[in-house]
Design a protein around this ligand. Structure first.
Ligand code: GDP
Length: 552
């Protein structure tokens, strides 16, 4: 069996946002429109397809990076009518789980940054944005909740420019806002799309309403100028003053090139909750975000010689894949999430786990859709899939063809910041607890389990209090271990202080000269959920929490 979708038609994307911006709702609507789920569940009532684990259902936040496969045929643009495969990597918005964001960013090729249109850039969106910058991830922006009172398109675009130091380029203009949000103007086409109830936007565009004509013209000019910077054809027509001759296809191709080069960020908007703008966003994902084959080859080294090695995104290259997540599932056991960078992986094939220096035989392979698991015999370059029954694998491992060994760059994880002592309630449970913790630590590289050499106590270190609380909860629900825990303590206080000082200073500096803190004072265990507090002695006040997990 050969591949069903050409690699140029893959989009491996993440959806990133501040908590509550509507990431879960949007993901779910995307899965709805791509035909994989047929009922749209309300978020936070436990029916959302992306939230797998008990924890997430209870707390209403998305913790794990589930990878979901969907397909979409864009209605407009250079790829109109061609079926594409979209793999969505879920990235959590809560501050304690930036570690999960970090690992998704490593394996995705592009991202949709979701903002609440009434809020603009919020602290957590800033943190994830900087993480995505570090990973060089091309992005498009989606201003969600345009139906909310107070939604302000222009304010959001400004805040993306100012707070994120990005080059946002609107490709749409909303028609109305709040309860009057009734449609979208497609700026490359200069057509208005008026929403059809709650079923999304129609296929056919109409004339732009007269009162929005001037604003749309101005934004189109801005769009042309941004495109002229990255595309020769657009530039030529622009300098010759032939603006009306510039076609939508030319603009879209230029937008794609600009996004891939990370020179600009196309801005789209809508109201996920009301199904508004979601289909156009799906078109935007295909039109502007990269295919695996658009990106540089995966980098690593040849084991032994340590010579640099690369693997281009092609089936012709030898196999290499990165293990980016392990999950435990009651029904099937351990699930290993893989990003295949090159070659073909087949069931029954022998692969080399380079880091562990051992050979493995690949058991079952599957794609995870929103509501079903699809078993397949082989997966290809560009795929994100799940493998079952792979033993001895840890997050960050490379799997490759034994005759062409390669070790991909490892995933980088920051030092844990909070620590607590944990004790099983009975001797009988001690072994169960140790087994459970070993398994949880294999899944979650930001969790450390160690024994205090002085007291003999078992210590857990993690990314925040909520992170550790969830671990303790999972021990109880998944492993049946009731444990008592001590007070959370700050781990790695000194290094963190130093790093916060650097990072915070950097951020303040980019905000304006002379604004940085000279002294970052005490680090104290903070109220529930926040973990640490840093105080800016020069300017007074608490240093925002979002600077803390952004540190490695
Ligand atoms: P997440 O934390 O980013 O995953 O956000 P959710 O998807 O859970 O959404 C947070 C809240 O915003 C929920 O109550 C949603 O119903 C609401 N919400 C999501 N999208 C929209 C939207 O387009 N318009 C409005 N008015 N509310 C929305």
């Amino acid at each position: 069996m050969s591949r069903t979708t050409r690699i140029e038609r893959y989009r491996n994307i993440g959806i990133m946002a501040h908590i509550d911006a509507g990431k879960t709702t949007l993901t779910e609507r995307i899965l709805f429109f791509t035909g994989r789920i047929h009922t749209v569940g309300e978020v936070h009532d436990g029916a959302t397809e992306m939230d797998w684990m008990e924890q997430e259902k209870k707390r209403g936040i998305t913790i794990t990076s589930a990878a979901t496969t969907a397909s979409w045929k864009p209605m407009r643009g250079p790829f109109a009518g061609l079926p594409h495969r979209i793999n969505i990597l879920d990235t959590p918005g809560h501050v304690d789980f930036t570690i999960e964001v970090e690992r998704s960013l490593r394996v995705l090729d592009g991202a949709v940054a979701v903002f609440d249109a009434s809020q603009g850039v919020e602290p957590q969106s800033e943190t994830v944005w900087h993480q995505a910058n570090r990973h060089g991830v091309p992005r498009i922006a989606f201003l969600n909740k345009m139906d909310k009172v107070g939604a302000d398109f222009a304010m959001c675009v400004r805040s993306i420019r100012q707070r994120l130091d990005a080059n946002p380029v609107p490709v749409q203009l909303p028609i109305g806002a709040g309860p009057e949000f009734t449609g979208l103007i497609d700026l490359p086409r200069m057509k208005a799309f008026l929403f059809d109830g709650e079923r999304g936007e129609p296929a056919e565009g109409q004339e732009i309403p007269a009162h929005l004509r001037a604003e749309a013209e101005a934004l189109r000019l801005r769009l042309i100028e941004a495109c002229a910077e990255v595309d020769g054809t657009v530039l030529q027509k622009y300098v010759e003053g032939r603006l009306a001759d510039i076609t939508a296809e030319e603009l879209e191709r230029a937008l794609r090139a600009g996004t891939l080069q990370r020179q600009l960020v196309p801005v789209l908007c809508g109201a996920a909750f009301k199904n508004k703008g979601v289909r156009m966003l799906l078109d935007g994902i295909i039109n502007y975000l990269p295919a695996p084959s658009d990106l540089p080859a995966a980098r690593g080294e040849t084991p032994g010689t340590r010579e640099p090695a690369t693997r281009a995104a092609s089936d012709e290259e030898p196999l290499c894949a990165l293990v980016f997540k392990l999950m435990h599932d009651k029904a099937v056991g351990s699930i290993v999430f893989l990003r295949v960078y090159s070659g073909t992986l087949r069931t029954g094939m022998a692969v080399l786990n380079t880091r562990q220096e051992r050979r493995e035989r690949v058991g079952r392979l599957m794609f995870m859709h929103a509501n079903k698991r699809e078993e397949v015999d082989e997966v290809h370059a560009g795929d994100i899939c799940a493998a079952l029954n792979l033993r001895g694998v840890r997050t960050g491992d490379t799997l490759c063809a034994p005759e062409a060994p390669v070790l991909l760059e490892a995933l980088r994880f920051p030092e844990p910041v909070v620590q607590l002592a944990i004790e099983a309630r009975s001797r009988a449970e001690q072994q169960k607890m140790e087994d459970g913790l070993a398994r949880l630590a294999a899944e979650d590289p930001s969790l450390r389990v160690e024994v205090d050499p002085e007291t003999g106590q078992q210590l857990l270190s993690g990314m925040g209090e909520l992170h550790l609380e969830i671990i303790v909860d999972r021990l109880r629900t998944e492993y049946g271990v009731e444990a008592s825990v001590g007070q959370p303590r700050v781990a790695y206080r000194e290094t963190l202080r130093q790093k916060v000082r650097q990072e915070y200073r950097h951020v303040r500096q980019t905000g304006g000269p002379g604004q940085f803190a000279h002294v970052v004072m005490e680090v104290a265990p903070a109220p529930r959920g926040s973990g640490l507090v840093f105080v800016d002695e020069t300017h007074g006040g608490v240093i925002p929490r979002e600077f803390i997990p952004a540190i490695e």
